[in-house]
Design a protein around this ligand. Sequence first.
Ligand SMILES: CC(C)(COP(=O)(O)OP(=O)(O)OC[C@H]1O[C@@H](n2cnc3c(N)ncnc32)[C@H](O)[C@@H]1OP(=O)(O)O)[C@@H](O)C(=O)NCCC(=O)NCCS
Length: 156
Amino acid sequence: MDTIRLTGDDWRLLRDVRLAALADAPYAYGSSLAVEEAFEEADWRRRLHGGALWTVVRRAGETVGLVGAYVPDDTPMLVAMWVRPAARGLGISDLLITDVLRWAGENRWSRVVLRVADGNDAARKLFLRHGFEPTGRREPLESDPGVSTELLSRAI
Ligand SMILES: CC(C)(COP(=O)(O)OP(=O)(O)OC[C@H]1O[C@@H](n2cnc3c(N)ncnc32)[C@H](O)[C@@H]1OP(=O)(O)O)[C@@H](O)C(=O)NCCC(=O)NCCS
C-alpha cells in the first residue's frame, strides 16, 4: 500500500475518489454529491492549492482511501476521510490519520480538530482510538441540518 500526497496535477484523481466517497457515505459529509459533481477543473485545482493537504492510499493500482486537511481558523481540520467499502477493516484509515498528524507536525501546528456526525459510530470510535477528544462543541451538518456534528480535538 502506498500513501501519496496529491498535488495540483492530481485533480482528476481527487475528483474521482471524492465523488465516490460522497456517493457512498453522504451521511458523513457537510457537502454533497450534487454540489461537487458540478465542480470544474479549476475548483478541484483550487482545493489542491495553498496550505491544504490531500492524501490518498493506493493498493494494487486502485485508490482505496482519502483524507484532507486545511486550516479554516488558525487550527488545522481533518476532513473528507473515506475508505472504499471493500478495503475497510484493514487499517487504511490509520495510514490516513497518521499522515494528517505528520503534516500538522511538519507545519508546527499544535492541534488538529475534526467534526464527526452523530450516529457515525465507526468513525467516532476510530478517532477516539487515535487520541482525539470530545470538545462538546456542536454544529449542524450543512448537508442535513437535522443532524448534529461534534468537534473532536487532538494535541500534536
Ligand atoms: C470510518 C472509516 C474511514 C474507517 O475506515 P477503516 O479503514 O475501515 O478503519 P479501520 O480499519 O480502523 O476499521 C474501523 C472499524 O471497522 C471495522 N470493520 C472491519 N471490517 C469492516 C468492513 N468490511 N466494513 C466496515 N467496517 C469494518 C473494524 O473492525 C473497525 O472496528 P473496531 O474498531 O471495532 O475494530 C470508514 O468506515 C469509512 O470510510 N466510512 C464512511 C465515511 C466516513 O464515515 N468518514 C468519516 C467522516 S468523519
